[in-house]
Design a protein around this ligand. Structure first.
Ligand code: ZN
Length: 260
């Protein structure tokens, strides 16, 4: 089993910020990441730089009575400057998945379908939230997901994948089927080749912490919408046909073996 790294990527930064404000920094130690969230949060509320600075100093003093603002001055100022460039990721952000994307992946084995579905939602969340507040024109419509593949599997509902399984799935999606493309220089960055954000929405994900609960499954044979079965990836009719085929094949095999 792959041990999950201690800190999962935070998908819902607004809830995380509220949590910090209520309970303080993790371990009550000031850290860059959480300081950045606070700055963005205060900025989002419409406060001016000077006010944000004072709010942060007050917050830190409250956390640690020996807090020395002089030591952290640069770190705080830097986080305030950066807070103006990026939006906070929100767990209740509406993330669409497009019909054209679902069409490309819906007949895949459910396990692979679930992973790709999760990947496109995460990639879109990253794209939305890392968009600079001052819109810059993007040359490319490409979608990338920057995340450790084991985290991807975690968000797709695999609780304890083995290293071997994780690598096999990655190879199948990348090398064999070409739905994703691993970055040559980083194994934590994937280009999603099936992404296609034009046309109609298939659905809108409204709770980023429960992506898998939104997934609509299809029969891998006929493509009909189905309720997910634990046993197989077919609709009832196709499953019957499949079972009959297997029965017939094993009968044929028996006959063949009897002849020889
Ligand atoms: Zn079917």
């Amino acid at each position: 089993m792959i041990p999950l790294p201690k800190r999962l990527p935070i998908l819902d930064e607004i809830s995380k910020s509220n949590q910090i404000i209520k309970y303080g920094f993790t371990g009550h130690v000031i850290n860059n990441y959480e300081l950045g969230l606070l700055s963005k949060y205060f900025h989002m509320q419409g406060h001016k730089d000077k006010t944000i600075y004072n709010m942060i100093i007050d917050f830190c003093k409250n956390e640690d009575e020996y807090f020395n603002p002089v030591i952290y001055q640069n770190m705080i100022n830097k986080s305030i400057r950066k807070s103006k460039m990026y939006k906070l990721k929100s767990g209740t952000m509406n993330i669409p998945v497009y019909v054209s994307e679902i069409e490309k992946i819906k007949k895949l084995p459910h396990k692979l379908y679930r992973i790709l579905f999760t990947m496109i939602v995460l990639a879109r969340l990253q794209k939305f939230s890392t968009a600079r507040i001052k819109e810059i024109k993007r040359k490319s419509h490409a979608y990338y997901l920057n995340m450790d593949f084991n985290f991807v599997l975690y968000f797709a509902g695999f609780s304890h994948p083995t290293e071997k399984e994780s690598n096999r799935i990655k190879y199948e999606l990348d090398g064999i089927r070409g739905f994703i493309e691993t970055n040559l220089f980083s194994d934590k960055s994937f280009k999603l080749n099936f992404a296609d954000d034009k046309g109609k929405h298939f659905m809108v994900i409204t709770d980023i912490n429960n992506i898998t609960s939104f997934i609509q499954y299809f029969c891998v044979e006929c493509g009909k919408e189905i309720v997910k079965s634990k046993k197989h990836d077919f609709c009832i009719e196709c499953y019957k046909t499949y079972l009959n085929k297997i029965k017939l094949e094993s009968k044929k095999r028996l006959v063949k073996n009897g002849e020889s």
